[in-house]
Design a protein around this ligand. Structure first.
Ligand code: HIF
Length: 278
């Protein structure tokens, strides 16, 4: 296979998504979470973190408890890496998120290759840069403002919780956000506004919000989006207008995957400079 044939890589990723013995029959959601966690360590001020360098290959970042469970996603992608050794892990992990979203009926997201793996352990960003689901709006803002997002983009991104589920043995939370967690849509926003959510302790004693039948769930950080008036305005817009949500989501997720990605020799020099100052 020719180096640089990203269409062939996309096809290979699509083939590993249906997965009869894994969550809801799909590896898609956990691939989306891998792309986001690989990128979401970015710090705009210092220029450190982000998907370039695929630093989650190193134990320090892989063992940040926010990344629990992402070993599944990395393992699912390993055969694709073996088949296309020329692609960097950093490109593969981000591309897999984009392919998975598209595969699950989500929008097309612009994606560009060029991320590299040739960084050593000293480039691993410190643990604790990813969000903590037990917190509220102030925390969400401080985490996403640090990456360079605004309130509208935060809510648009949040629609990704239409996908997948929480696992008691990974995060302590339990259950899916929506009834069809392997199909992208704006149902998450509709449910946030319309269902009766009650706070309860789940089977492992962690507080979360559940619907009347205790089948669907919301995290404290999800509930913050309807408590905070500025966030809520956007939740209402996206619940009403699926096309607007798809367009804004595609833009925000595309931006997330590009955070800190500076290509070419200049990028390498800038990464070294940023790291040295941290
Ligand atoms: Fe998630 N997220 N996320 N998330 N996330 C979980 C699962 C997924 C937060 C917490 C959690 C985003 C933002 C935030 C996905 C995608 C995105 C889980 C459950 C937690 C606790 C993990 C587990 O137990 O397996 C917090 C606090 C966020 C900031 C508000 C993004 C916007 C929504 C950036 C995003 O894209 C996906 C997909 C999953 C499902 C993974 C799965 O294995 O099914």
């Amino acid at each position: 296979m020719a180096a640089g044939d990203y269409m062939a890589v996309r096809d290979a990723i699509k083939k590993i998504i249906p997965h009869s013995s894994y969550d809801d029959g799909s590896a898609g959601p956990v691939l989306v979470r891998l792309a986001w966690h690989a990128s979401g360590t970015y710090d705009k001020k210092s220029g450190t973190g982000g998907s370039n360098g695929s630093t989650m290959r190193y134990k320090l970042e892989a063992s940040d408890e926010a990344n629990n469970g992402l070993e599944y996603a990395r393992k699912f992608l390993e055969p694709v890496k073996q088949q296309f050794p020329w692609i960097s892990y950093a490109d593969l992990w981000t591309l897999a998120g984009v392919v998975a979203i598209e595969y699950m009926d989500g929008p097309k997201i612009d994606w560009k290759p060029g991320r590299v793996d040739d960084v050593d352990e000293q480039y691993v960003p410190p643990n604790g840069r990813l969000p903590d689901a037990t917190q509220g709006e102030d925390h969400i803002r401080s985490i996403f403002y640090r990456m360079g997002f605004n309130d509208q983009e935060i809510v648009a991104l949040s629609g990704a919780h239409n996908l997948g589920r929480c696992h008691a043995d990974r995060s302590g939370f339990e259950g899916p956000w929506v009834p069809m967690p392997t199909r992208f849509s704006n149902t998450y926003f509709k449910l946030l506004l319309r269902s009766q959510w009650h706070k309860r302790k789940n089977s492992v004693g962690v507080e979360q919000y559940n619907d009347e039948d205790n089948e669907l769930m919301m995290l404290p950080t999800d509930m913050a989006l309807v408590k905070d008036p500025k966030f809520r305005d956007w939740v209402e817009k996206y619940a009403d207008d699926k096309d607007l949500f798809y367009a804004d989501f595609a833009a925000a997720f595309g931006k997330l995957l590009e955070l800190g990605v500076i290509r070419g020799p200049e990028g390498k020099a800038l990464r070294q400079y940023a790291r040295a100052k941290l």
